[in-house]
Design a protein around this ligand. Structure first.
Ligand SMILES: C[S@@+](CC[C@H](N)C(=O)[O-])C[C@H]1O[C@@H](n2cnc3c(N)ncnc32)[C@H](O)[C@@H]1O
Length: 349
């Protein structure tokens, strides 16, 4: 033993001072190690990476009036923030069903909720599109309360591998369920200029829809494939290059946000699935059953408002929100993502 050569130790590779990966960059992704960082991000009005701060929680709970023993549906589980609050109200009596189309985040949320004591006896998590609630209700029976908090979660936006943001380099995917359908990059491959222009106008009121759609098609004709978030951002920059210099930076930022939103709405058929959900909702609610919906886009809010009003006129809903409900100023200050939120509710006759 004594004569043994000391084992050669491999030198630890110097990683530099700049983090390279998503995991290294965001300490918040290791909450057990960096609780202080998480607190600091929340205090500044941000959302820590890998987390989602639920919006209008109190307003939703005040409206839903959940009683122990009831059966409810969270149609958009996300990080499970609303679900955990609704489960608290159930006090281990009754049942909550929760849906999400995203297989990646859904599994993590289910495990987190299970760790909080919400196992299959009180909570059933299903990977399902809320457009299919008519199939769900055949298995579960009708619901006393339903919540839908539309759109994307912060975890999805913050993960560059999902391609939801122009702010970070990643594949141009934008699918809520990356195992199904086609990515935004594939969608762009075969689209005509007119269709793309229409998509940008209809899905996000993009004022430079013509310029952007023409620039994208022109890049593709040159043989350039737009398959990453950065490549799309660069094309948008080119499309707006004729704007006055002092306006350009802000205009590019806004057009990028709108273009990404329009593509996301398209590849996930968000308007179509919302329409199906709204149409089927009354059939899954018990008499006096309550539904609350949070939207983040004027087009979605219009659809919810119209559907609630039309069923109200027919006597299907006995009451609906007369005015849209907005998160408080304090909530918007604490969580910048709450600023565009609109809430509406309805009660089944
Ligand atoms: C804003 S987040 C929900 C956040 C959640 N309320 C919370 O407190 O953590 C929206 C979630 O709905 C999911 N989603 C979007 N469209 C869906 C659909 N048609 N069917 C089921 N889930 C959907 C998204 O994948 C995302 O996880």
């Amino acid at each position: 033993m004594e004569n043994q050569e000391p084992k050669h130790q491999r030198r630890v590779r110097y990683k530099g001072t700049h983090p390279r990966t998503y995991k290294e960059k965001y300490k918040e992704l290791q909450p057990e190690k960096y609780a202080d960082t998480i607190e600091k991000v929340i205090r500044k009005g941000g959302t820590p990476a890998g987390m989602h701060i639920s919006i209008c929680v109190q307003e939703i709970l005040d409206f839903l009036q959940i009683q122990p023993g009831q059966q409810g549906l969270d149609a958009t589980l996300g990080y499970g923030g609303h679900s955990s609050k609704m489960l608290e109200c159930l006090q281990q009596k009754g049942h909550l069903y929760a849906l999400d189309v995203d297989p990646i985040e859904m599994k993590k949320t289910q495990a987190r909720l299970e760790g909080m004591g919400y196992g299959p006896d009180i909570l059933t998590v299903k990977q399902m599109n809320f457009a299919d609630i008519d199939l769900l209700v055949q298995e579960t029976g009708k619901f006393d309360f339903v919540l839908a908090d539309l759109g994307v979660s912060s975890m999805q936006i913050d993960n560059p591998e999902r391609g939801f943001t122009y702010k970070q380099e990643g594949p141009l995917d934008l699918r809520l369920n990356p195992e199904k359908g086609i990515s935004a990059a594939e969608r762009l491959k075969d689209i005509s200029q007119a269709e793309l222009e229409g998509m940008l106008m209809e899905n996000s009121d993009e004022p430079y829809a013509r310029e952007i759609s023409m620039a994208i098609l022109s890049e593709q004709r040159k043989g350039h494939v737009i398959d990453t978030t950065t490549k799309l951002k660069e094309v948008i920059e080119k499309a707006l290059v004729r704007l006055p210099k002092e306006e350009q930076k802000e205009a590019v930022k806004k057009s990028c946000a709108r273009t990404f939103q329009a593509l996301r709405i398209d590849v996930n058929s968000e308007f179509e699935v919302l329409e199906a959900f709204l149409e089927k909702l009354p059939r899954i609610l018990k008499p006096q059953g309550r539904v609350a919906i949070l939207t983040f886009h004027s087009g979605e809010d219009r659809m919810v408002k119209k559907s609630f009003q039309s069923f109200y006129r027919e006597g299907v809903y006995r009451d609906i929100a007369k005015e849209v409900i907005r998160p408080s100023k304090e909530e918007c200050n604490q969580n910048s993502r709450a600023r565009s939120t609109k809430m509406r509710w309805a009660i089944k006759a």
